[in-house]
Design a protein around this ligand. Structure first.
Ligand code: SF4
Length: 323
C-alpha cells in the first residue's frame, strides 16, 4: 500500500465572482522515503493541493471530489475534529516564510516543546528534552533552546521550523516554498538537511515550489501543475530528459541550471489564466508556441507516454521529436 494516494482530487473555492476550480482532477502518490516535487507558477493549485491534504483550507475552499488516502484511510472524508489527530502526527507542513511566525518573545525550545506537549501529550520536561534533540537533528546545538528567535539567522529559523514539523514524528512532511526567502547557499543547506532527514526517517516528502531547477536534485518524481491540473508528471529524469509538455519546457528554461551548465534563460510569455475564466481547450494554448486548432477546442487528457510518465498535450510527439 502506498503511503499517500491522491486520486482525482477536486478542491474548489466559492467566491463572490463565481467558482474557482483551484485543484481539478489531480492525482499523485508518494511512498515512504520518497520525495515528490509539485511545481508551477503562482495560482496553479500547488499550495491548495497541499492544504487539501492537511485539510487546512480557508473557509471558501472545499474538497468537492476525489480521495486523499493516507495508508488507505481517506482523509478527505474526515471531520475537522478527526483530522486533528493526523495533522502534525502524520502530516506536517512547513510553509514559506514560516520562520517569521515564530513568537519573538518566547524561547525557541519552549516553542518547539509547546507543539510536542500539544500533540504528544508529553510532560513539559520530556518535551524540552525532545526539543533539544530536535534542534541537534537540524544541526543547531541543543543548548540553544534558551535563545530567542532574534538570536538566529533566517536559515537557522527555518531549521527551527523544520524541527517543529518533525516534533510529532510525521510520516509526511510538506514543504511549501520552504527555502524561497533564503539565499542560494542557505537554500542548498536546508534542502540537503530535508533530504537527509527524509532518508534517515523513511518519511515521504512533498516539496512545493515555483522553481523547477531545485527539484532536479531533491526529488524522485515531479508533478507540473497549470491552471489547477497536472499537465505532466513522471520521474525527475522523465521531466528533465524526456520533457513532454511545452509548459514544462518553458519552466526548465526559466531558471539557471542547478549543475551550472550554461543555458539561455527565458521567461514564459503571457500570464497564467484568470481562474474564473480558464480558456477553452488546453488552458495553456494562449501562451504555447506549439498550439494548433485542436488545442483551442479540446482539453488534452493526461496519457501515460512511458511507464509512469504522464503528459497532457495534443502535440507531445512534436515536442519530443525536437530534442
Ligand atoms: Fe500547447 Fe496544444 Fe500541447 Fe496545450 S495541447 S500544451 S496548446 S501543444
Amino acid at each position: 500500500m502506498k503511503l499517500l494516494e491522491v486520486k482525482n482530487l477536486r478542491t474548489y473555492f466559492t467566491i463572490s465572482q463565481g467558482t474557482v476550480k483551484a485543484v481539478d482532477d489531480v492525482s499523485f502518490d508518494l511512498d515512504h522515503g520518497e520525495a515528490l516535487g509539485i511545481v508551477g507558477e503562482s495560482g496553479c493549485g500547488k499550495t491548495t493541493s497541499a492544504l487539501s491534504i492537511a485539510k487546512l483550507l480557508p473557509k471558501e475552499g472545499k474538497i468537492v471530489g476525489g480521495e486523499i488516502l493516507l495508508e488507505g484511510k481517506d482523509l478527505a472524508k474526515l471531520s475537522d475534529e478527526e483530522i486533528q489527530k493526523h495533522r502534525w502526527n502524520d502530516v506536517s507542513i512547513c510553509f514559506q516564510g514560516a520562520m517569521n511566525a515564530l513568537n519573538p518573545v518566547m524561547k525557541i525550545g519552549e516553542q518547539i516543546a509547546e507543539a510536542i506537549v500539544l500533540h504528544h501529550k508529553s510532560s513539559e520536561k520530556d518535551a524540552m528534552k525532545k526539543a533539544a534533540e530536535l534542534l541537534e537533528l537540524v544541526e543547531i546545538p541543543g543548548e540553544r533552546i534558551n535563545n530567542y528567535p532574534h538570536e538566529f539567522s533566517g536559515g537557522m529559523k527555518q531549521r527551527v521550523m523544520i524541527a517543529m514539523a518533525l516534533a510529532c514524528d510525521p510520516k509526511i512532511i510538506i514543504g511549501d516554498e520552504p527555502t524561497t526567502a533564503l539565499d542560494v547557499m542557505v537554500q542548498a543547506q536546508i534542502l540537503n538537511l530535508l533530504e537527509r532527514l527524509r532518508t534517515e526517517f523513511d518519511m515521504g516528502f512533498i516539496l512545493i515550489t515555483h522553481d523547477l531547477s531545485i527539484l532536479a536534485e531533491t526529488c524522485d518524481k515531479i508533478a507540473v501543475m497549470y491552471a489547477g491540473r497536472i499537465v505532466e508528471k513522471g520521474s525527475s529524469e522523465d521531466i528533465f530528459q524526456r520533457t513532454g509538455h511545452p509548459y514544462t519546457k518553458k519552466l526548465i528554461k526559466c531558471f539557471p541550471d542547478i549543475k551550472g551548465n550554461k543555458r539561455m534563460m527565458e521567461g514564459i510569455p503571457g500570464a497564467p489564466p484568470n481562474m474564473l475564466e480558464i480558456p477553452p481547450g488546453c488552458p495553456f494554448h494562449p501562451r504555447c508556441e506549439y498550439a494548433e486548432e485542436v488545442c483551442r477546442r479540446s482539453m488534452p487528457d493526461a496519457i501515460e507516454r512511458d511507464r509512469g510518465h504522464f503528459v497532457a498535450c495534443h502535440r507531445w510527439e512534436v515536442m519530443r521529436s525536437e530534442r
